[in-house]
Design a protein around this ligand. Structure first.
Ligand code: NAD
Length: 260
């Protein structure tokens, strides 16, 4: 179990991050939720984490594209819980456009959220982990940390960057009881993905099945979406004592995408 541990999961009001928060709560960790959304919906999710077994929970709505906001989030978390034992850098966003039309502000925001935010949370969490001689850092990367797709310059650059950050920090803290790993999902079934289906069906004159197999899962040989629960199971393994032998690794969970 994770009782006595405190986990901060960025981008945990939705999708993969929320599933990781639930998995950790069920093992008895204190949970710091972070992200945006409807306040009542977030409060319901927070209460659900308590029902699952999290002794203490708190919600951060800090915008992680802003270094000052990250410093505030980390300062408040350390003041409330004393330490952040498990740090999951998961918040992320996407924008799709060709390089010569890529909006400069989108590039800056995606690099800030998908890459630079992890630099800040890690540099601020590591001293406490070193003091305890135990820590877990898990970065949600992507198949796009290993391979590219057209029109996703900022996302692919940021995800390749977080793969490098993961390896570098893993080497630096290898003797301190701290592991640093990335999980690289392919297409994961989230409301975000599901909501794209009707529009794509209409725009391209395709059936639901055609959109799923030939558009969304074109690169995923299993023709199955990865589930948020599957990603959360890996995040739980990496956070556990059984995971202590793994560090500096980028674990693919992509239905065979990057085997091609
Ligand atoms: P999601 O959109 O469901 O969740 C994103 C979370 O990040 C939300 O909680 C949102 O509120 C939060 N967030 C967004 N902007 C933020 C900001 N500026 N500051 C703080 N929080 C912010 O997405 P998801 O599909 O669960 O993705 C989570 C991670 O997994 C991302 O890093 C994404 O790149 C990665 N990923 C997703 C897939 C997929 O197919 N869904 C595949 C590979 C990797």
């Amino acid at each position: 179990g994770l009782s006595g541990k405190t986990a901060l999961i960025t981008g945990s009001t939705s999708g993969i991050g929320l599933a990781i928060a639930k998995a950790y709560a069920a093992q008895g960790a204190n949970i710091i939720v972070n992200g945006f959304g409807d306040a009542a919906a977030i409060e319901a999710e927070r209460a659900a984490l308590v029902a699952l077994g999290a002794p203490q929970t708190t919600v951060s709505t800090h915008d992680l594209t802003d270094a000052t906001a990250i410093e505030a989030m980390m300062g408040e978390a350390l003041a409330q819980f004393g330490s952040i034992d498990i740090l999951v850098n998961n918040a992320g966003m996407q924008h799709v456009a060709p390089i010569d039309e890529f909006p400069v502000d989108k590039w800056d925001r995606i690099i800030a959220l998908n890459l630079t935010a992890a630099f800040h949370t890690i540099r601020l969490a590591v001293p406490g982990m070193k003091a305890k001689g135990w820590g877990r850092i898990i970065n949600t990367a992507s198949a796009h940390s290993l391979v590219a797709s057209p029109n996703k310059a900022a996302y692919v650059a940021a995800k390749h960057g977080i793969a490098g950050l993961t390896k570098t920090v893993a080497l630096e803290v290898a003797r301190d009881g701290i592991t640093v790993n990335a999980i690289s999902p392919g297409y994961v079934w989230t409301p975000l993905v599901e909501n794209q289906i009707p529009d794509t069906m209409k725009a391209r004159g395709l059936t639901r099945q055609q959109v799923m197999n030939d558009v969304l899962l074109a690169a995923q040989p299993t023709k199955q979406f990865v589930t948020v629960e599957q990603v959360a199971s890996m995040a739980l393994y990496l956070a556990s004592d059984s995971g202590s032998g793994m560090t500096g690794t980028n674990v693919s969970m992509d239905g065979g995408w990057t085997a091609q």
